[in-house]
Design a protein around this ligand. Sequence first.
Ligand code: TXA
Ligand code: MG
Length: 348
Amino acid sequence: MQTLLLDITEENIARAASILRAGGLVAFPTETVYGLGADALNADAVGRVYAAKGRPSDNPMIVHIADPEDLAKLTPKVTEEMRTLAAAFWPGPMTMIVPRVPEVPDTTTGGLSTVGVRLPSDETARALIRAAGCPVAAPSANLSGRPSPTTAAHVVHDLDGRVDAILMGGDCDFGIESSVIDMTGEIPTVLRPGVITREMFAKALGAEVLLDPSLNRRPARILDPAKGAQEDPDFKPKSPGMKYKHYAPKAAMTVYEGAPEAVRTAMEAEAARLRALGQRVVVLDFLAESATAEEGELTAAHDLFAALRAADEEGADAILAAALPEEGVGFSVMNRMLKSAGYHIEHV
Ligand code: TXA
Ligand code: MG
């Protein structure tokens, strides 16, 4: 398949929108990561997204809308809580899991009776969705299992020849995927942490917000010499996409936890040892150059996936990464970093 690489112009957005309306696939920038879009109400089109990504079909898609009123077209009843969160965080990096209307096909929701809805703040994304005139199902625009794409070049690398068009925007502002909050239970529950934290949700609602228990659990790393890392059968996150074999770079990755100075010393020693063996080593220490912890967390979010892809590009054998304090956005970054490392942790 010939993939159109489209600059961001009004004309090209209209062209991309008509591809979506015709059941085609278009990758586009958002403020979190690039998405691979299809008409969310067209099961055949959504099926092609799974095929292009090599994604398991039990993993539901997030449905993107351009205007808050469109939420009412996807869920039978917009509750007061949904309205409050929409007013507080949309447009922006929040996905709400809500009951779905029957018009949303099983293919889009992985057979679930709920649907994830997000209203992105990125102007290109919103213009595209508006012009398409339909809700747009869009997972991250990477091949399944690879780090999420935060630049147009990442998308071209993974999906050129597999999709109809790629809207070639700039770098994504945040670099990690949206916060996913489940609004279908008694107490709202964060299923995937992002730059909007549990504390921010609780403050906006003036009520308790839970974390899916799997987010605080580090699954046992079950190693089978024949097959490599296996999934821990007791690790059952509520969000199908949060199973831990994900975001993986090709290099062997280790996360170092401990006091910052001890971590730096240990990483340097290990890097020197591996380099002496002829290995290419990448060291990631996002907090080292940041003035404040908050700035460091946002830099880490912005740079993590790009750094993992760059390591692969340069043929790194090993990646050594300093852990971040698991607070605020640091908690969300660590969620990705630990998965990327297959939960391979060195305590120093
Ligand atoms: O920032 C983002 O959310 C990006 C951009 C493109 O918007 N999209 C994204 O999509 O990260 P994806 O498919 O890579 O991740 C969607 C996550 C998965 O973990 C999926 O299992 C979960 O959301 N999810 C979607 N619908 C769900 C549902 N109905 N119930 C539970 N989890 C759901
Ligand atoms: Mg993804």
